[in-house]
Ligand binder design. Structure first.
Ligand code: NAG
Ligand code: NAG
Ligand code: NAG
Length: 182
């Protein structure tokens, strides 16, 4: 009986000290952070939200905003604006995935541009991973491409043509032949 009590106490002590040790291991609450990431510019957040909504609808995780990609698209839309009359950029040799939208006669918000790309969703057939009826849907599949992790976009307008060019880059690029987007 005495032995049993001793054992019991020992176990109790052991478990208490274990509790104590694990209590010690709990990290103290972090000090109030002064290094919070600044909020994204509004257009960036709008581009991101519109993409991530379309991705969530098919169970694909969100993109994050890449200042580097945003800078690349910004340089490109400005080049197209200043030298190419706001016409489509040639994205065929780029190392990123790219979507672009040209629109005339109306202001194009980031959300409108992305919604326009996502509208191709109706032409995408997941079962055989192709676009139905000879329509295009590669712009949509890039939006929801699961392995694309980063996004950067920019817009420019040519007032003379009342045209707006929107370009987004995706990294890594999507639309890999023979792969499904998700
Ligand atoms: C730019 O495009 C507009 C039509 O969108 C056209 O009227 C104009 O002549 C073009 N300018 C140049 C320099 O190509
Ligand atoms: C776009 O660039 C690629 C590769 O640099 C080139 O082969 C193609 O002809 C260009 N397309 C247009 C429309 O300029
Ligand atoms: C994919 O499936 C859709 C719906 O059944 C069909 O309309 C389309 O022709 C198919 N495409 C290919 C390339 O098989």
């Amino acid at each position: 009986m005495a032995n049993f009590l001793f054992l019991h106490l020992l176990l109790l002590t052991t478990s208490l000290s274990l509790t104590y040790i694990s209590g010690q291991k709990v990290a103290p609450p972090p000090p109030p952070s002064t290094a919070t990431t600044p909020p994204l510019p509004r257009p960036a957040q709008e581009f991101l939200d519109a993409h991530n909504k379309a991705r969530a609808e098919v169970g694909v995780g969100p993109l994050t905003w890449s200042p580097m990609l945003a800078k690349e698209t910004s340089l490109l839309v400005r080049y197209q604006r200043d030298k190419q009359n706001c016409s489509f950029a040639n994205l065929t040799s780029g190392k990123y995935g790219g979507n672009q939208l040209w629109a005339s006669g109306m202001a194009v918000t980031p959300r409108m541009a992305v919604d326009n790309w996502v509208a191709e969703k109706k032409f995408y057939n997941y079962a055989n991973n192709s676009c139905v009826g000879g329509d295009k849907c590669g712009v949509y599949t890039q939006v929801v491409w699961k392995k694309s992790m980063e996004l950067g976009c920019a817009q420019a307008s040519c007032s003379k043509e009342s045209a707006t060019l929107t370009i987004c880059f995706y990294n890594p690029p999507g639309n890999v032949i023979g792969e499904k987007p998700y």
